[in-house]
Design a protein around this ligand. Structure first.
Ligand code: SF4
Length: 213
C-alpha cells in the first residue's frame, strides 16, 4: 500500500486525480460516478476496460456513446475517432504507470494516445496494480516483454513478439522506440503524460487486481 500511496501522491503532484479501489466492480462504479454530468463518451481499445465491464456501463447508461465497434467502414471509424476529440469523457487503460506518476502508452493506430493527450474534457484511466513500474525504462520494457507480445497474440498480428514472446529489440538492449519492421507493428508512437497543464483533466483509478496487459 505504501507504494500505491506514493504513486497516487506523484500523480496528484502531476495535476492528475488519483483514486484507489479494491476491485473491478468498484472501478466500474467509480467510473460511473466520474461520468456524472458527461453526455458524449468514448473509450480506447483495452482489455482492462473489458474486464471492468465498461462497455456494458456505456451501453446501458444515459450517454451518447461513440462506439467504434459499431463502425462498418474505415471512414465511419475515422469519423468516430475525430468526434472523440470533442467528447465530454474518454476512458482508457494504460500500458504502464510509473512510481513518479507518469502514464506511459504505446500505440499503433494512435487514436488512443491522441485522445488521452488532447481533446476530451475528462480522461479516466483504469489501471490494475500490475501496471505500476519503477520508471520509464521499466515501462518501455514492460511494453516490449508483456503488453505488445500479448496484444499481438490477441489480435493475431504477424510480428516478431507474437512469434517469440518479446520484442526483437530486447536482446540487443534496444532503445524505447526500437522494434520490428512488420507492417503490423503496434509500437508506432510513444506517449508520456507527465505534469499536466489542466489540473484534474486526467483521472487515474488504480485497481488492486492484475488486469489487462
Ligand atoms: S516493435 Fe514489433 S516486435 Fe517490438 S514489441 Fe512492437 S510489435 Fe512487437
Amino acid at each position: 500500500m505504501e507504494r500505491i500511496n506514493a504513486v497516487m501522491k506523484a500523480l496528484e503532484n502531476n495535476n492528475m486525480n488519483a483514486y484507489f479501489v479494491e476491485n473491478r466492480e468498484e472501478a466500474k462504479n467509480l467510473t460511473e460516478k466520474l461520468l456524472e454530468g458527461c453526455d458524449t463518451v468514448s473509450h480506447g481499445g483495452s482489455v482492462t476496460l473489458a474486464e471492468c465491464g465498461i462497455n456494458e456501463l456505456l451501453n446501458n447508461g444515459n450517454y451518447t456513446y461513440l462506439d467504434r465497434s459499431k463502425a462498418k467502414t474505415p471512414e465511419e471509424m475515422k469519423k468516430i475517432y475525430v468526434e472523440t476529440f470533442d467528447a465530454d469523457a474518454y476512458i482508457s487503460g494504460t500500458n504502464a504507470l510509473t512510481e513518479d506518476g507518469k502514464l506511459y502508452n504505446v500505440d499503433g493506430n494512435c487514436n488512443r494516445i491522441a485522445a488521452i493527450e488532447f481533446g476530451p474534457k475528462k480522461v479516466i484511466v483504469l489501471a490494475g496494480v500490475n501496471k505500476i513500474v519503477k520508471d520509464l525504462d521499466e515501462a518501455a520494457l514492460r511494453v516490449k516483454k508483456i503488453a505488445a507480445p500479448l496484444n499481438t497474440k490477441r489480435l493475431n498480428l504477424d510480428t516478431y513478439c507474437n512469434k517469440f514472446g518479446e520484442c526483437v529489440s530486447v536482446k540487443s538492449g534496444g532503445k524505447m522506440t526500437d522494434g520490428c519492421n512488420s507492417p503490423s507493428r503496434i509500437c508506432c508512437s510513444y506517449s508520456i503524460c507527465a505534469q499536466q497543464r489542466i489540473k484534474g483533466r486526467i483521472n487515474v483509478i488504480i485497481i488492486n487486481e492484475n488486469l489487462g496487459y
